[in-house]
Design a protein around this ligand. Structure first.
Ligand SMILES: [Zn+2]
Ligand SMILES: [Zn+2]
Length: 283
């Protein structure tokens, strides 16, 4: 273990970000005393949540593209790290928004690459039409604005992509933005600001992804003994404790080595599922 600690301790880490994510990474890896520095890379050109710029690829590919964009600026650093978040409806539960945070890491000393993810609920996600100020004020209070940011769509100009009002840092600014839009008479849709700097819940999800990455870098592969071994995907099918039928609950996790790609399936601690989850005993 001590050799791993040594390998990842006291490193200079570069991160392309415009939204203060370097502080989250620095805190998550405080045990290893990483000095995390934000790189001046315009990550917005790789897509924005509000769609002024379309994302060029799926979230994982986009994360790696961000990392690549930081490469020309990363001379003198040991590690390069990039993050990408996505928000999407829960596949089975309507009206629930999920947030997946991805982190990708390249060790610039040996070109090894690592990745980690965390998915969680994001109940602060809204896209609601507001007709009068009181309605917006109530919504703002419910979402803990201005800690959680809100944005308003700007007036739609002909043949120009919609610009959002994003710098609404307090109630006064929100009200001014709202009144400005009201003058134009169009429907006003208020939306959650998903940028990390303006979304504390998202920051905690990025921190959780960083925790996963730390765990992975602390764990050694049973085949090649290199650090970087961890969970990839859950496998369902934990058997029902009454009838033994496989349920949708997780029975095991695939673990994979990021260095030699060795894979191991590891069972969860529970050996049987509550019959409440069984389609045969509790249809
Ligand atoms: Zn059963
Ligand atoms: Zn390995």
């Amino acid at each position: 273990m001590s050799s791993t600690m040594h390998r990842f301790e006291n490193l200079r880490v570069a991160m392309p970000t415009l939204h203060g994510k370097e502080k989250i990474i620095s805190q998550a890896f405080s045990a290893w005393q990483w000095e995390v520095v934000a790189l001046p890379v315009d990550t917005n050109r790789l897509g924005t949540f509000t769609g002024e710029v379309e994302r060029p690829a799926d979230p994982l590919a986009t994360a790696w593209m961000k990392l690549e964009a930081g490469l020309p600026h990363a001379a003198g650093f040991d590690l390069l790290i990039a993050s990408e978040g996505s928000f999407y409806p829960h596949p089975e539960v309507p009206l629930i928004t999920l947030n997946t945070e991805l982190l990708v890491l390249r060790d610039l000393r040996n070109n090894r690459q690592y990745q980690a993810a965390h998915t969680d609920y994001f109940p602060l996600s809204v896209r609601e039409q507001v007709n009068h100020w009181q309605q917006l004020e109530d919504l703002a209070a419910r979402l803990d604005f201005p800690q959680q940011g809100l944005i308003l769509p700007g007036v739609q100009e002909k043949s120009v992509a919609r610009q959002y009002l994003k710098d609404l840092h307090d109630m006064d600014a929100l009200r001014q933005g709202f009144e400005q839009l009201q003058k134009h008479g169009a429907a006003i849709w208020v939306e959650t600001d998903f940028r990390a700097l303006h979304a504390p819940l998202r920051q905690s999800h990025i921190a959780a992804a960083a925790g996963r990455l730390l765990e992975k870098l602390q764990c050694h592969c049973p085949a090649c003994e290199e650090p970087g071994f961890g969970k990839t995907a859950p496998l369902s099918g934990l058997p029902c404790s009454w009838c033994g039928t496989p349920t949708r609950l997780t029975r095991s996790w695939m673990h994979r080595c990021e260095v030699c790609h060795h894979e191991v399936e590891m069972a969860v601690a529970e050996t049987a599922a509550d019959p409440g989850y069984c389609d045969r005993c509790n249809p």
